[in-house]
Design a protein around this ligand. Sequence first.
Ligand code: UD1
Length: 430
Amino acid sequence: MDRIRIVGGNELKGIIPISGAKNAALPLMIASLLTSDTLTLENVPHLADVELLLRILGNHGVDVSVNGRREHQDGSYSRTIHFTCRTVADTTAPYELVSKMRASFWVIGPLLAREGKARVSLPGGCAIGTRPVDLFIEGLQALGAEMEIDGGYINATAPKGGLIGATYNFPKVSVGATHVMMMAASLARGTTVIGNAAREPEVVDLANCLNAMGAKISGAGTSTITIEGVSSLSGARHRVLPDRIETGTYAMAVAMTGGDVVLQGTDASLLDTALEAIRRAGAEVTETDGGIRVVGYGSEIRPVDIVTEPFPGFPTDLQAQFMGLMTRANGVSHVTETIFENRFMHVQELARLGARITLSGQTARIEGTSRLRGAPVMATDLRASVSLVIAGLAAEGETMVSRVYHLDRGFERLEEKLTRCGAIVERISD
Ligand code: UD1
């Protein structure tokens, strides 16, 4: 199993190209199941989760052809992938595949809408809480589907003649359930109104792509989304939006280690709340032509309290990284997690580097220290693992992060991007 070795202490200087967003690419790829034409996606990141979803889609009958696998002059690296699902070969998504990545459960929406039925294993994914699927079940039931759980699978069946548009208010904001409802309702008869919808930029990206395919969706990015069903969707070409979590992660790395980095090919408006928190912590964050410049001062980090919330609040996917930053602050800060109930597994690993963190319910109290010291640590989930990497960059001496397969799920060429900016980071394959 690969490990990542970091020798901390270097400031980061240079340019980091930001990849296409994993959390947008996954639902966009799944949308290819809705049409027999070709959906072409540009700027698809090269990540373990994307590769796994390619296999899952292949199982359902999607032909995939990849091109543009080339490095650009600025070091960016994006792929264009063509997806064609002439006919759905299989409406079952098996346990062996779905259990490895929660987002693959989302195929339930397009399969049900296009084929009238789907049998999908209950999901797996990062171990950051119980992560139920009740909202998906209720939402699809509102569109007329029969949903039955049997032997670890959900059997979903649409009424004769297909799903029927309806008004449904989510009792809780869910990104995945909003994606699935938009995809399913696009091919339903009549109009669907989703209340309390997720407002994340990735939801807007999916709506834009579906509209380019012929769907009639309005209101994405607000909490009420209206979808007028159409009888079929066509192909389209769509560019995956930049990864706001990768952007925020590197911005926090610079704030923590010090240095001056331009995050290229990203958009500050995707992560206003997180950038504001980084500014309050003392780093300079400015918009540049086609990116964001972050100047950090390393040793002068101010304590800032944050609470994770659905978009446009502070993203839960940046919580671990921000806690990493706060371990170096000159004072006490609090980080409160409201989205997932078990997303503090990085706390004990950060403590191994010398961080002083105490947990009380859903809030962590972080007493900053001017010195972190490198240590062996273990990656526990995707975002937690990158918080250990950035903490390692700011720590004295060597940090060895094991179980880095978590990182490979969501961060494209992390070692290379950091090394180009002067960090000492290397992958060790055992
Ligand atoms: C997506 C993101 C993930 C991010 C999360 C919250 C992808 C691939 N993943 O995950 O990186 O951390 O949004 O921004 O885009 N819930 C229920 N019942 C359900 C569904 C969800 O109770 O049926 C709960 C979850 O347990 C969680 C909360 O709703 O407490 C939000 O989860 P959700 O927005 O659905 O997260 P994902 O879409 O899985």
